[in-house]
Design a binder for this molecule. Structure first.
Ligand code: DC
Length: 223
């Protein structure tokens, strides 16, 4: 039987990964966080002191990097090492949108993402899943929320995990606005709602309300 594929796209902080993880658990799908893959490459680029516009070196890194996810998708192993914490630092967040603009890097990562979807029932989140990675996904969801709400969620998440450090709410908001602008305006696979995606504005919804809506949409297509 054909594998199930669910695409979740939307801007930074819209709640994609929180919601996708819960849906994955309830519906027994593999959750793939594609943002974590772009973050992992950015982390390696910074760690190795490579300039973020050195396309050739960055593409070489991507070609030689392996990605594995824990069953619930919350941990990412990059070349066998757990890098789940390192990929969420402000330094990586500040640089990831620049690195993600490189077309040839996207080709390498999109191929890896498509291979994962070929072999599993997946729910995949990112910016270009419904438009480029899984254009034939069984269900496409585009999650949005106001900038204020998205910044609040990110800041609270960082504070809860004691990762905010000296980062202020204003700095988190600025990073989100900057990433929205770059992600939506880049030439290669920009962040845009697929024509056949269902848009859900999560500004005033709880996580569970969004999860329930997505599950009922999955049940509708899989009757
Ligand atoms: O989902 P996230 O905020 O962790 O993603 C980090 C960055 O990675 C995001 O600002 C843009 C890039 N990205 C992308 O270009 N394409 C994807 N499918 C996922 C993320």
């Amino acid at each position: 039987m054909k594998n199930i594929s669910v695409a979740i796209d939307g801007p930074a902080g819209a709640g994609k990964s929180t919601v996708a993880k819960k849906v994955a658990k309830k519906m027994d799908l593999l959750y793939i966080d594609t943002g974590a893959m772009y973050r992992a490459i950015t982390f390696l680029v910074l760690q190795e002191g490579i300039a973020i516009d050195d396309e050739q070196k960055i593409i070489n890194i991507a070609k030689n990097t392996t990605f594995d996810f824990s069953k619930d998708g919350s941990e990412i192993f990059v070349n066998g090492e757990n890098r789940s914490k390192e990929i969420r630092t402000p330094m990586v967040s500040e640089n990831v949108s620049f690195v993600s603009q490189i077309g040839a890097l996207r080709t390498v990562l999109v191929n890896a993402q498509q291979k994962l979807a070929d072999n599993h029932d997946v729910i995949m989140d990112g910016r270009d899943i419904g438009t480029h990675v899984l254009p034939k996904a069984d269900l496409k969801v585009f999650l949005t929320a106001s900038v204020e709400e998205r910044a609040t969620r990110r800041f609270e998440e960082l504070s809860r995990q004691n990762k905010a450090g000296s980062v202020t709410f204003e700095a988190v908001k600025k990073n989100i606005i900057q990433r929205d602008t770059i992600d939506s305006n880049r030439e290669q696979a920009p962040l845009v709602k697929a024509e056949d995606a269902v848009e859900i504005d999560t500004t005033t919804l709880t996580t569970n309300e969004v999860v329930d809506r997505i599950i009922s949409l999955i049940r509708k297509i899989h009757r």
